[in-house]
Ligand binder design. Structure first.
Ligand SMILES: Nc1ncnc2c1ncn2[C@@H]1O[C@H](COP(=O)(O)OP(=O)(O)O)[C@@H](O)[C@H]1O
Ligand SMILES: Cc1ncc(COP(=O)(O)O)c(N)n1
Length: 259
């Protein structure tokens, strides 16, 4: 069985963060492991509190995992401050971690901030260079490229701009565009579009977490980046089409739809 590690925040309501990642891994028949960076008090209606894990304890968790069960791929989600980002980058370098998927989580679907403004520079300079693929949504891509994105043409321009600072694969997710849900993969001047009609389902809490974990699972299985993204996109589409509906707000996906 392949092993995947998620480094992310906890969502006690089970739709996003660590919980979404572990469910995704289990539904891919992958052995999932988790290093928790922050506790959140959130549910389908919003984020009501955040308690960051001390950086030394993020470090201790990373040591515990890497010295015992070496992951075949790593997914990184919510990393809310500079100290935590720095410790993660140092440890990933020390343990020579491979196949790293970085979801630069900045804001929750509900609108709450999940990372401090002054940590973005550190994320770009220390963590992004280690990633095989980064998976910003539209809003996060706007922060990384410095201009507004309104359509697919803007997404291509944004990817080219982000590529000035980052040489790995860039997947800009189109889930927040009104026209469709097409995602753009950019690398070395090549654009690949993963096209998907918009599914009429407001229960999209945790889509970004789930997609990046599914990509990590596919990379761990030995698929290349393009195939991994195609498979992950099919998985997320199925999970949205399953039309699961729980909670009083923007509900989670049905992670088990494929079983
Ligand atoms: N309504 C939808 N219909 C189809 N695909 C969607 C929909 N909403 C999101 N997705 C897909 O889910 C994945 C996560 O995208 P997005 O919601 O933009 O990320 P995030 O959760 O980070 O904000 C992407 O592959 C996106 O295209
Ligand atoms: C702990 C944690 N990590 C990530 C997200 C983003 O997920 P989404 O944008 O789908 O709400 C979240 N809400 N909570």
């Amino acid at each position: 069985m392949k092993k995947v590690l998620t480094i992310a925040g906890s969502d006690p309501s089970g739709g996003a963060g660590i919980q979404a990642d572990l469910k995704t891994m289990t539904c891919h028949k992958i052995y999932g492991m988790s290093v928790i960076t922050a506790l959140t008090a959130q549910n389908t209606t919003g984020v009501y509190g955040v308690s960051e894990v001390p950086p030394e304890f993020v470090e201790a968790q990373l040591d515990a995992v890497f010295t015992d069960i070496y992951p075949d791929a790593v997914k990184i989600g919510m990393v809310s401050n500079k100290e935590i980002i720095s410790v993660i980058a140092d440890k990933l370098i020390e343990y020579k971690a491979k196949k790293i998927v970085l979801d630069p989580v900045m804001v929750a679907t509900s609108g709450s901030k999940l990372c401090k403004d002054d940590s973005i520079e550190m994320l770009i300079n220390k963590l992004m260079p280690l990633a095989t693929v980064i998976t910003p949504n539209i809003q996060e891509a706007e922060v990384l490229c410095g201009f507004e994105i309104e359509n697919k043409e803007d997404m291509e321009k944004a990817a080219i701009k982000i590529a000035e600072k980052y040489s790995g694969y860039i997947l800009i997710k189109g889930g927040h565009l009104v026209t469709g849900s097409d995602d753009l993969l950019y690398m070395d001047g090549d654009c690949i579009w993963y096209e998907q009609e918009r599914i009429n389902n407001m229960n999209s809490h945790g889509t970004g977490c789930t997609l990046s974990s599914a990509i990590a699972c596919n990379l761990a299985e030995g698929h290349d980046v393009k195939t991994s993204i195609l498979n992950a996109k099919n998985y997320i589409t199925g999970a949205l089409k399953a039309n699961f509906s729980i909670g009083k707000g923007r509900g989670p996906l049905n992670h088990c739809w494929n079983l």
